[in-house]
Ligand binder design. Structure first.
Ligand code: ATP
Length: 276
C-alpha cells in the first residue's frame, strides 16, 4: 500500500520544504511592545518602551517604585490603553480592537494574576476557577476545574471559599483561574507581594513549573530580587523607560542592578505616586 506520509525530508517535494529564511526566522514573540507611551496627567508612566517576550519564557519586570512596571503590565495585557505605541499579544495587535474584541482577547488569550488575588468571596475555589469559562458561556468539561485545581496543588479544596484558604492557597486558585482558558500569556503583578516568604517561594515554584513543564509564557512584575531570580530574564524600568536587562539572573545581581537604578534614598516615590 502506498505510504502517503513522506518518510524523510528527501521524500518531500522541494516546493513544500520551508526555505532557508523560514527556517531561520524565530517564532513570533508572545508579547511585542513598540514605542509604548502612557501618560497619567503630567506623568509619563511609560515613555517609549520596546520589548519582546518569547513564547515559553519567564520574564520578570523590576524597577523603582513608580517606574511604570504595573502600567507596562496593564497595557501589555489589554487592561489599560497606551497613548501611543503598539501592543501585540500572540500576534494580535491590540490598538485597533474595539472594546468587545479586546474583552474577548483578554478572556481567551490573556491570564492575569493580581497581588490581592481578586477572588470572589462568596464563590468556592472551584466556582472561582470556572468563572471565566462561565462568563464565556462555556460549561467546564467534566473534571476540568478539578484538574486545574489539582495542577496548582489544591486537590480536595474545590468546595472551600477564599476565607477558608490561606493566602498562598488563594493565590493558587487565582493562578488556576487565570489558566483555565489556556491563555497565550500569563501576566502576574506582584503575585507574591501579599505572601510571607515561604508561601511566596511556593507560589514561585508553581509559576516556574508552569513555564518549565507546560511551556507557559509568564511576565511578572515584582519588587523581590529573589522572586525575580526565578525568571529566565529580568528587564528593568526606570522613569518609564527600559534600563537594561539580565539573563540568567541571580538575586544578588538583580539587587545590585536595582540599587544602581535608585537615586540615593528613593525611586520616584513621593513624585505623584498612586493614592493608596
Ligand atoms: N491611575 C493613575 N493615575 C495617576 N497616576 C498614575 C496612575 N497609575 C499610575 N500612575 C503614575 O504613573 C507612574 C507609574 O506608576 P506604576 O504604578 O506603573 O509604577 P510601578 O513601577 O508599578 O510602581 P510600584 O512599584 O510603586 O507599584 C507613577 O508616577 C504613578 O504615580
Amino acid at each position: 500500500m502506498p505510504n502517503p506520509v513522506p518518510s524523510a525530508v528527501s521524500d518531500v517535494p522541494p516546493d513544500v520544504l520551508p526555505d532557508a529564511t523560514a527556517r531561520t526566522t524565530p517564532p513570533p514573540a508572545a508579547v511585542r511592545l513598540r514605542g509604548l507611551v502612557r501618560r497619567h496627567g503630567e506623568v509619563r508612566a511609560l515613555d517609549g518602551v520596546d520589548l519582546d517576550v518569547a513564547a515559553g519564557t519567564f520574564t520578570a519586570v523590576m524597577g523603582p517604585s513608580g517606574s511604570g512596571k504595573s502600567t507596562l503590565l496593564r497595557c501589555a495585557a489589554g487592561l489599560d490603553r497606551p497613548d501611543a505605541g503598539r501592543v501585540e499579544v500572540a500576534g494580535t495587535a491590540l490598538e485597533g480592537l474595539g472594546e468587545r474584541r479586546l474583552t474577548l482577547l483578554r478572556r481567551d488569550r490573556i491570564g492575569f494574576v493580581f497581588q490581592s488575588f481578586n477572588l470572589l468571596p462568596t464563590l468556592t475555589a472551584a466556582q472561582n476557577v470556572a468563572l471565566p469559562l462561565r462568563l464565556a458561556g462555556r460549561r467546564p468539561a467534566r473534571g476540568e476545574v478539578r484538574a486545574a485545581l489539582a495542577r496548582v496543588g489544591l486537590a480536595g479544596r474545590e468546595r472551600h471559599r477564599p476565607a477558608e484558604l490561606s493566602g498562598g492557597q488563594c493565590q493558587r486558585v487565582a493562578v488556576a483561574r487565570a489558566l483555565i482558558a489556556r491563555p497565550a500569556v500569563l501576566f502576574a503583578d506582584e503575585p507574591t507581594g501579599a505572601l510571607d516568604s515561604t508561601t511566596g517561594a511556593e507560589v514561585m515554584d508553581l509559576l516556574r513549573a508552569l513555564v518549565d513543564e507546560e511551556g507557559r509564557t509568564l511576565v511578572m512584575v515584582t519588587h523581590d530580587p529573589v522572586a525575580a531570580a526565578r525568571a529566565d530574564r529580568v528587564v528593568f524600568l526606570a522613569d518609564g523607560r527600559l534600563a537594561g536587562e539580565l539573563a540568567a539572573p541571580t538575586a544578588g545581581a538583580v539587587a545590585a542592578r536595582l540599587a544602581d537604578l535608585r537615586p540615593a534614598g528613593a525611586g520616584r516615590e513621593g513624585t505623584g505616586g498612586a493614592a493608596c
